[in-house]
Write a protein that binds this ligand. Structure first.
Ligand SMILES: NC(=O)C1=CN([C@@H]2O[C@H](COP(=O)(O)OP(=O)(O)OC[C@H]3O[C@@H](n4cnc5c(N)ncnc54)[C@H](OP(=O)(O)O)[C@@H]3O)[C@@H](O)[C@H]2O)C=CC1
Ligand SMILES: O=C(CO)COP(=O)(O)O
Length: 326
């Protein structure tokens, strides 16, 4: 790689992406809002993965033109870091969520704030620690133009981290955001002792719900059967390392939302995404019973037995009926 790569966000995902970019030969400038308090090589979230000398932690980005910028900031704060992006340089948004106030996806936020920056998104089943450790993984890199998606996936792929190009930005962003909500519900199911049958049903009907909404918004069903949909859903709903799943586990065991949040090692995007997803679904006339239940449960509006009853007492339907409620 001839030019450096910028990474915004010194959390788990930003650190893992910086390590990946360094492995593919880039000089990396990793921006963190608290960089000045960090000794070089000791990031807060993944301190067991020391940074190589080609990763420079900074609180101000250098005046050089990078090949691209990887943005790993929680979605609710994404807009606040976008003024830093260099004009004309592709920004790959690596967050998974929906802006609560506006119901905007990451690429919409970028278009709104920085029309001079070409955007792309990177989503898939990728626990930061495994990417940091250099374990094999795959993801989707989506951009509105095929040429941009292909160029960035070639630039950022490695023999261990395989990036598939896509132009279905809606499907990829919706899948990535919504899987966090289903992961919270999955954790609740296990935490409350409802069993693995219930969890498998929840994941499967969660995918049906996500696919229904994605296609109503203009996404493609095939994308939801891919890495950013089913792939990430499986990982986050069953992987003990998922913060969204851990959040659900704590809630299912009886902890309240505030206490459960305090017990997490990082952000759980599913918490803010649930209400945003619900609002988006309502605006498009799409039924999302699992999202509705988990949103109401997290807000303390219904109890777990009420949530379970509400899902199980829905009218029986044909599984294949495209417009059937869950
Ligand atoms: N962790 C993972 O395995 C993966 C995460 N993602 C996604 O990446 C995004 C980031 O997650 P992750 O890195 O894990 O989260 P973490 O909780 O580990 O870190 C969040 C980072 O964002 C910073 N931050 C928070 N608020 C602001 C703000 N207002 N301005 C600037 N920086 C801010 C934090 O800074 P500070 O340290 O100072 O608080 C921290 O560096 C999320 O959307 C997540 O869904 C995607 C794939 C994998
Ligand atoms: O997005 C992720 C894995 O693909 C990380 O999941 P959590 O945010 O739930 O930890």
């Amino acid at each position: 790689m001839s030019n450096p790569v910028f990474v915004l966000g010194g959390g788990a995902w930003g650190t893992a992406l910086a390590l990946h970019a360094a492995r593919i030969g880039a000089e990396v400038h990793l921006w963190a809002r608290n960089a000045q308090t960090l000794p070089n090589g000791a990031m807060p979230r993944l301190s067991d993965y020391p940074l190589p000398p080609t990763v420079h932690v900074c609180s101000t980005l250098p005046q050089v033109t990078p090949d691209c910028v990887l943005v790993a900031i929680p979605t609710q704060y994404l807009a606040s870091v976008l003024p830093m992006l260099p004009a004309g340089v592709p920004a790959v948004l690596c967050c998974k969520g929906i802006e609560r106030q506006t119901l905007a996806f990451p690429l919409d936020i970028l278009a709104r704030e920085r029309a001079d920056v070409p955007g792309a998104v990177l989503c898939g089943p990728n626990f930061a620690r495994e990417i940091a450790a250099g374990l094999p993984a795959a993801a989707v890199l989506a951009a509105p133009e095929h040429a941009r998606a292909q160029a960035l996936s070639s630039l950022l792929s490695s023999p261990l981290f395989r990036l598939y190009a896509s132009t279905d930005c809606i499907g990829v962003q919706l899948g990535a955001a919504a899987k966090n909500v289903i992961a919270v519900a999955s954790g609740v199911t296990i935490g409350a002792g409802l069993g693995e049958n219930a969890r498998a049903a929840l994941i499967t009907r969660g995918l049906a719900e996500i696919t229904r909404l994605a296609t109503a918004l203009g996404g493609q069903a095939a994308t939801l059967a891919g890495l950013a949909g089913l792939g990430d859903l499986l990982l986050t709903c069953t992987g003990a390392a998922s913060r969204n799943y851990q959040m659900g586990l704590a809630l299912g065991r009886g902890m309240n939302t505030h206490a459960a949040l305090g017990s997490l090692p990082g952000v759980a995007e599913g918490i803010t995404t649930a209400a945003a997803l619900q609002a988006l679904a309502r605006a498009h006339g799409v039924e999302t019973p699992i999202t509705d239940c988990i949103a109401a449960f997290m807000e303390g509006q219904i109890t777990l037995p009420q949530a379970t009853h509400s899902l199980l007492s829905r009218p029986l339907k044909s599984e294949q009926e495209p417009s059937s409620p869950v």
